[in-house]
Design a protein around this ligand. Structure first.
Ligand code: ZN
Length: 125
């Protein structure tokens, strides 16, 4: 069984940042409190919270890439990205350890070194 490492965080333009895990927990707790008071399904509250923060340039932590996949990730963060995709982490859909610095999730293509990109890291055996 292989274990993929937790990715590093990407470079982002000035004024944008990634929430810490503690900040994410506090945002989620606050959203769930409001959701319960108003009878809203909590995953909907999460999506509203995170999408609203993403519009302001504040993004959630990347998830841990799945096993047996390229671990390169990309955070769509620019104004030309539709609101439903902004801040939604993308993982490269190509083979692990593929050649080159170009990655593709099916929705987005990017290169290592691009703003918002987290390069692939070796998968520990
Ligand atoms: Zn890749």
């Amino acid at each position: 069984m292989s274990t993929n490492p937790t990715p590093d965080l990407p470079r982002l333009p000035d004024g944008m940042r990634i929430l810490t895990h503690e900040e994410m927990r506090r945002v989620r707790d606050a959203a769930h409190d409001v959701a319960r008071r108003h009878g809203v399904f909590t995953p909907v509250a999460d999506e509203i919270s995170y999408d609203a923060l993403a519009v302001a340039g504040i993004f959630i932590q990347p998830y841990t890439p799945g096993p047996d996949e390229c671990t390169a990730m990309y955070l769509p963060h620019t104004d030309d990205v539709t609101a439903d995709m902004r801040g939604v982490w993308q993982q490269c859909a190509d083979e692990p350890d593929h050649d080159g610095a170009d990655h593709d999730s099916g929705e987005f293509g990017w290169r290592d070194g691009d703003m918002g990109a987290v390069p692939a890291r070796p998968v520990e055996a």
